[in-house]
Design a protein around this ligand. Structure first.
Ligand SMILES: *[C@@H]1O[C@H](CO)[C@@H](O)[C@H](O)[C@H]1NC(C)=O
Ligand SMILES: *[C@@H]1O[C@H](CO)[C@@H](O)[C@H](O)[C@H]1NC(C)=O
Ligand SMILES: *[C@@H]1O[C@H](CO)[C@@H](O)[C@H](O)[C@H]1NC(C)=O
Length: 421
């Protein structure tokens, strides 16, 4: 633990230089391109969109005059692997007035961009849904019990901004069980920002650390090889783990995600191409590269993680709810969707599940794709810190990521000897 602390301060400087490289391309994507693409479309589309939606709504009410939120309809399709045991990821969203479990305005670790209520969202129904697996119950949330169980532990989330959301959610959930809120603090006094490479929050009364590492690809970025074509501005070394992965081994719980950045827009259009060994793989599709990167991750888990101590989780792709012809308009609904419209399936999730099956080490897949697929009502939309860029990818807090954590806690608290030894 102690060595972990000094190591992280030692590498602090290194880290900030390193992440500048990626922050630049990120800024272009997030700050420049998105505004450029979405804003005019949004303004243009919103008029006709409203008319269109009104028409749909009228038609719907005409067809189903007694429209009620029939909670039983929000169900995931059955799959064959659930026979005889409970698959917590197959179930439905049911209304529960005891939710939400915290107020984001009272939690310094819920970033403003995800605090939809503080950003002007008026309807609160979206905060009052609980996930109910078909064949079992997720234990009701008890912050004190979980804090006691996690005493002396170190948890780390690794991945993109959706990992950061889950990290924020976990801290906010657990802070409801802490009397002196000042006893919970970021160890370097850093504020949460979109591109920060590392954040570590300490619950000092419980000697508990909950960390976040931003590593959107999990593998290591590299310099441009000599004689590379001009369009190559940076590379991703698919056969090398992100170099800060050495900071992830001294942990009790590790939760990974990756997937949202493996797109042409975020890679090739930014001049980032793949590399294996010394050779550039200019023609390699993102899907193939993602699989290669995950295989690198899998061998790293098998060789570098002491699974006697560390419980490893991988969260699958999170459903987004963009709509419109170019999938670039964002209309947040008031209620969960009645069906998943195919969003419960994702080839990225399939790849994750496939690769995890082949690891020798026990890794638990948090298959959140189906449950999120219903929740077109739970996205940030325009209630973020930048309302001019609508967002149908990230989730409001409190909200859907809290349920990911409740499920994660249910594993950690289970009597099954696999977790938290
Ligand atoms: C959350 O707390 C803030 C300030 O502490 C308060 O103004 C707001 O009404 C609360 N929100 C909810 C949903 O209770
Ligand atoms: C893990 O535990 C098993 C069984 O107790 C033991 O045989 C093995 O050596 C341990 N591995 C490590 C890396 O500590
Ligand atoms: C614990 O859970 C894992 C994964 O669900 C399962 O493979 C294993 O058999 C369980 N072990 C016990 C002792 O119940």
């Amino acid at each position: 633990m102690v060595s972990g602390f000094s190591l992280s301060s030692l590498f602090g400087h290194f880290r900030s230089v390193y992440y500048e490289v990626f922050s630049f391309s990120n800024k272009l994507i997030k700050g420049h391109c998105k505004i450029w693409i979405f804003q005019p479309f949004y303004v243009l589309a919103s008029g006709s969109l409203v008319t269109f939606l009104l028409a749909i709504m009228c038609a719907y009410l005409y067809l189903f005059p007694k429209f009620q939120p029939v909670t039983d309809s929000y169900e995931t399709p059955k799959s064959s692997n659930s026979v005889g045991s409970c698959n917590v990821f197959e179930g439905k969203w049911i209304q529960d007035e005891t939710y939400p479990l915290y107020n984001a305005s009272d939690c310094p670790f819920a970033e403003r961009g995800f605090n939809c209520l503080a950003n002007g969202r008026k309807d609160r129904r979206y905060t009052k849904w609980r996930w109910k697996p078909n064949n079992c119950e997720i234990p009701s949330f008890n912050a004190r019990e979980i804090l006691e169980k996690l005493r002396g532990k170190r948890i780390a989330f690794v991945g993109d901004s959706l990992s950061r959301t889950q990290w924020e959610s976990m801290i906010c959930l657990l802070m409801t069980g802490v009397e002196d809120k000042r006893s919970v603090y970021e160890i370097n006094g850093n504020k949460i920002t979109k591109r920060i490479r590392f954040l570590g929050v300490r619950f000092s009364s419980f000697n508990l650390r909950i960390d976040f590492y931003r590593s959107v690809f999990l593998v290591h970025p590299g310099p441009v090889p000599r004689h590379a074509p001009k369009r190559v501005k940076s590379t991703l070394k698919l056969d090398q783990m992100d170099h800060i992965s050495n900071e992830w081994t001294d942990t009790d719980v590790l939760i990974f995600n990756s997937g949202h950045w493996w797109t042409r827009t975020k890679l090739f259009e930014m001049g980032c191409y793949f590399q294996v060994g010394g050779s550039l793989k200019l023609g390699m599709p993102t899907t193939t590269a993602f699989k290669a990167a995950l295989n690198t991750w899998a061998s790293w888990v098998d060789t570098s993680i002491n699974t006697n101590r560390t419980s490893v989780f991988f969260r699958t792709f999170e459903a987004s709810h963009w709509s419109g012809q170019n999938r670039n308009s964002c209309k947040v609904s008031r209620l969960p969707s009645l069906d998943t419209k195919g969003k419960d399936r994702s080839s990225i999730s399939d790849t994750i599940i496939d690769v995890v099956k082949k690891t020798a080490a026990p890794v638990t897949v948090l298959h959140v794709t189906p449950m999120g697929a219903f929740r077109g009502d739970a996205h940030v939309g325009s209630w973020s810190d930048n309302p001019s860029v609508p967002d149908c990818s990230h989730w409001c807090l409190p909200g859907v990521p809290d349920m990911w954590n409740e499920i994660l806690f249910s594993y950690l608290l289970s009597k099954n000897g696999t977790y938290l030894q």
